[in-house]
Design a protein around this ligand. Structure first.
Ligand code: ATP
Ligand code: MG
Length: 271
């Protein structure tokens, strides 16, 4: 059972219900994208399936109930890149990445080597001694990704696939690093691991997602392959604005807002 599965998940904060009985399935070997409007419950869902917020319902990673994992076992099986991470102390990049080095990870390489490999993997070779506060927003985000990668470096373990769970991982990255990150995610999945990524960019979602889950108001509005989910009726209803997915032969779907079609902005390309 190489999946993360969630059945009828309900999350409440105080008296407010945030997730209203969500079913979710992510398969190892695939990149599963979670998309949807601000406040629709994407972060809450990935926190619930990561075991970071209390929920009711049945959540299992690799067929084993979340509650049956010890903390250290969960840490060895799934790594979570949060939407925002605040570091209050002047740690260096290498110290932060080193927080992800677990006993299991040291089978791969010595801790110092693993830290360097992880920084290199996110394009930050040579940044290890830099204080985190001196790095740019995108660099900080990539340091946090390197920390998570250290934690789950090998996509497969004796206990089944490992899971890379990322909440808006490309939000502060330039286009080259966005593509680099999505390719890293795809490679991780193709090597047998599982990837769950919250994304606002529908075009990157279409390009790199194998499975797309669209959330709206704490519920799953649609789930399936990108071409099944990224349809004009579904997208326009979920995001409450007119959206036009188009198809590129042999390349899949891309999404344009109505305004791009109504205004002459695209004509620039013809000039
Ligand atoms: N700790 C909390 N206490 C109370 N309400 C919360 C808390 N965290 C989130 N919420 C509320 O739950 C809803 C879902 O939040 P969530 O962070 O899951 O949304 P999201 O889909 O990730 O949005 P975004 O795209 O803006 O990141 C929102 O209405 C939010 O205000
Ligand atoms: Mg969020």
């Amino acid at each position: 059972m190489s999946t993360i599965s969630a059945k009828d998940v309900i999350v409440r904060y105080g008296h407010e219900t945030i997730l209203h009985g969500v079913d979710f399935l992510a398969r190892a070997g695939e990149v599963t994208v979670v998309a949807g409007p601000n406040g629709s419950g994407k972060s809450t869902l990935v926190k619930a399936v990561s075991g970071e917020v209390a929920s009711s319902g049945a959540i299992a990673i690799n067929g084993r109930a979340l509650g049956a994992y010890e903390g250290w076992q969960l840490a060895a099986q799934r790594g979570v890149l949060a939407q925002e991470t605040t570091v209050a102390f002047p740690f260096t990049a290498a110290e932060i990445v080193g927080l992800g080095v677990t006993a299991g990870a040291t089978r791969v390489a010595r801790p110092a080597e693993l830290i360097e490999m992880a920084l290199d993997r996110v394009g930050l070779a040579g940044f290890g001694a830099r204080r985190i506060q001196t790095l740019s927003g995108g660099e900080r985000q990539r340091v946090q990704l390197a920390r998570v990668l250290c934690q789950i470096w090998e996509p497969l373990s004796a206990e089944g696939p490992r899971w890379l769970i990322m909440d808006e991982p490309v939000a502060s990255l330039d286009i080259r690093h966005q593509i680099g990150l999505m390719e890293l995610a795809r490679d991780y999945a193709r090597a047998g691991g599982g990837v769950v990524a919250v994304m606002h960019d529908l075009n990157l979602s279409a390009m790199y997602g194998d499975h797309v889950v669209l959330m709206k108001s704490g519920r799953v509005a649609a789930a399936g392959a990108p071409e099944e989910v990224l349809r004009p009726d579904i997208l326009s209803a979920v995001f409450a604005c007119p959206l036009h997915p188009n198809r590129v032969p042999d390349r899949g779907v891309f999404v344009l807002p109505q305004s791009a079609l109504a205004q002459p902005a695209l004509a620039l390309a013809a000039e």
